[in-house]
Ligand binder design. Structure first.
Ligand SMILES: CC(C)(COP(=O)(O)OP(=O)(O)OC[C@H]1O[C@@H](n2cnc3c(N)ncnc32)[C@H](O)[C@@H]1OP(=O)(O)O)[C@@H](O)C(=O)NCCC(=O)NCCS
Length: 168
């Protein structure tokens, strides 16, 4: 199968990093990273539902999938609002800028669809993710008690998007 068109990348120190839309052939690698990253991973078929959508992107290094992001846009009182639903990087490839590149590309995809704000949920205890989102201009909005199956609270974070860019 032909490879997807690559996504335009922000500057990164991660040599050889490529971002593109996810394909069916990526799903096993995506699911393995998900399972290594979260105590309550999404099931495999949850990823299938997002195939072909502009907000499901994978990052490749040396032709290996090393991370992914899933974002979509929903209507809230008639206005499009972006939602970052899932983001993870292989544990051996963290701290290289892969997560930042994926998030930046997802924000660009959301901005292209006309949304002017983005939200996400993050575990209160997830300090690396919270730092990443703060660096990207997300602010804490509110806490949702008992959001996760194990009883942990979620922090809802939001960021406005300028009309002309999805990058930070
Ligand atoms: C959160 C997550 C996606 C971040 O991915 P990542 O690829 O490590 O992210 P980055 O490399 O872009 O940034 C991580 C850190 O590395 C630093 N970094 C980035 N590029 C770097 C480089 N070239 N050299 C040195 N450090 C670098 C960043 O400044 C950042 O530092 P900080 O933690 O002090 O903010 C990753 O930790 C992960 O998969 N966690 C488990 C799943 C998860 O929690 N997902 C979020 C759910 S809401």
């Amino acid at each position: 199968m032909a490879r997807s068109e690559p996504v335009t990348l922000p500057a990164t120190d991660c040599d050889g990093l490529e971002l593109r839309r996810a394909e069916r052939a990526d799903l096993l690698a995506v699911f393995r990273i998900e399972s290594a990253s979260f105590p309550q991973p999404w099931p495999y078929d949850a990823f299938e539902r997002f195939l072909g959508t502009p907000g499901f992107l994978v990052a490749e290094l040396d032709r290996q999938v090393v991370g992914y992001v899933i974002a979509d846009v929903v209507r809230n009182h008639g206005s499009p609002v972006g939602h970052v639903k899932d983001l993870a990087v292989h544990p051996d490839r963290r701290g290289l800028g892969v997560g930042s590149s994926l998030l930046s590309a997802a924000l660009s995809a959301i901005a292209t669809s006309g949304a002017r704000s983005v939200r996400l949920e993050v575990r209160e205890s997830n300090a690396p993710a919270r730092r990443l989102y703060r660096r990207f201009g997300f602010d804490p909005l509110r806490r949702v008690s008992d959001y996760y199956d194990d009883g942990e609270d979620a922090l809802v974070m939001v960021r406005e998007l300028p009309a002309d860019a999805g990058d930070r």
